[in-house]
Design a protein around this ligand. Structure first.
Ligand SMILES: [Zn+2]
Length: 110
């Protein structure tokens, strides 16, 4: 589980906050310091960049087979959809035991 670490500004006592408690986009939160009983006010911003910008669809074998084998998309096209490099897609194709085509040379043997 992802944890956000902070420190009490008065006594430096560390506190932890499970990211599951947080809302996407951010808000102001208050937490009582266990050590000095002061309220710690803090604001956080949670970015969805890691999940929305790069789309980890390539970890799904079914999806990869559909795109690469059925829809005949190239590694580069899939890479663009996922927001990663074509190298990453190649690695995952190998990982999923999907036979890779050479770039620009669609497989012709049946
Ligand atoms: Zn404190």
């Amino acid at each position: 589980m992802s944890i956000l670490n902070g420190r009490c500004p008065s006594c430096e006592h560390p506190f932890e906050l499970a990211l599951i408690e947080l809302k996407v986009g951010g808000e102001k939160k208050t937490r009582l310091c266990e050590k000095c009983d002061q309220y710690i006010k803090f604001e956080y911003k949670l970015h969805m960049a890691s999940t929305s910008k790069s789309n980890r669809l390539y970890v799904k074998e079914d999806w990869m087979r559909k795109k690469y084998l059925e829809e005949k998309k190239t590694m580069q096209e899939i890479a663009d959809i996922c927001g990663v490099s074509s190298m990453t897609i190649r690695n995952w194709l190998v990982n999923h035991n999907i036979e890779t085509r050479d770039r620009g040379h669609p497989k012709r043997d049946l």
